[in-house]
Design a protein around this ligand. Sequence first.
Ligand SMILES: C[S@@+](CC[C@H](N)C(=O)[O-])C[C@H]1O[C@@H](n2cnc3c(N)ncnc32)[C@H](O)[C@@H]1O
Ligand code: SF4
Length: 377
Amino acid sequence: MYIHIPFCRSKCAYCDFLSFPAGQDECREYVGALISELSFYRGESIRTLYIGGGTPTFLEETQLIRLFEAIRKTFDVSKMEECTVESNPESLSARKVEILMQGGVNRVSLGVQSFSDRINTEMKRPTRKRHTLYSISLLREAGIGNMGLDLILGVGKEDQYRKDLDAVLKIMPAHVSVYMLHIGAGTMLERMVESGRFTPLDERTFERLYGDTVDALSEAGYIPYEISNFALPGFECRHNQNYWEGGEYIGAGLGAVTTIGAERKRNACSMRDYLRYIRTGTPPVVWRERLGETERRIEKLMLGLRMSKGIPIGELNELAERSSLGLVRSCIEALVRLGYAKRRTDRLSLTISGIMRSDEIVIELLRAVEGEGEPVF
Ligand SMILES: C[S@@+](CC[C@H](N)C(=O)[O-])C[C@H]1O[C@@H](n2cnc3c(N)ncnc32)[C@H](O)[C@@H]1O
Ligand code: SF4
């Protein structure tokens, strides 16, 4: 189960998630509505819970307690393997960490992005290095061994990124996520780029830094199990693995997506609409679709390409029509020849340079499966 908390103290320049600043009154009203929505799924047994955002720990203490109590009363949590909460360093306190632990949280994903105060200021982030170090020590002292730290590659220059990665390696958290900076349409960062106030790293620097990241983290004992995710053995995020393996999940809260069997549905993204649905006792779903068998298999393969174990080539071939088998074969050959993919016995996985072009590669593989022509790399 995924639960979305869309609130943050302020909006970061690069962020295009469904998140916004809010007052605590709005947060309280939302938590009430969310608890009502959860009751639509009463009795479900939850294996992994991910409370993400936004900044779930931006909620005040009483709202966090209320939410965890509702979760415990509404669901069967006896088989819960992993319960993650996303957090920003400046929103944590010793009391909040205690509330998380009492609520059954056993994993915290902390958004560091960079240890540089200058970069965080430039990105309109309230987080300071002292907040980050303090939160890490709070989590450690409380005994949350399964701590993930997120970095964004590309918010600063090469030197600073190397310092950030070194700092993470000194801390040695159980899990590290390194996301490549995405400049989303309509974000403040996009305007900063357009007006020349921010210059993104060039592609070659990205590729080199990403390659060095994989090497440094692997050498330190992390398993690079997904494009952006690295874990010490046994600390892979089970909740996210379920997504990448095409598993089922329930999403609750603003804009959350649910996939159960062949049905996929999405909640309202507008707070007014979301609250109105809940007030009238109606599920806040604004969009539904039925996924065909082929569509689900294609999606599973494309998600599988994000993981370092890759995908079974046999399944790609099975999806292709007999007439497009040749196209699939030549697409795979081109990927291997160009150094974008590796073939290990019967599996295909992306290399570092493939990862840098993964969107393009997925499109070409799909075109091949659907018989639409030779790859255009
Ligand atoms: C859903 S966000 C929320 C986490 C939390 N609110 C925070 O900002 O730390 C999860 C992660 O996505 C990453 N992220 C957000 N915007 C990004 C962007 N434009 N490009 C790359 N990574 C991004 C950050 O590393 C962040 O920690
Ligand atoms: S704190 Fe996280 S979710 Fe909130 S605006 Fe910043 S990046 Fe987005």
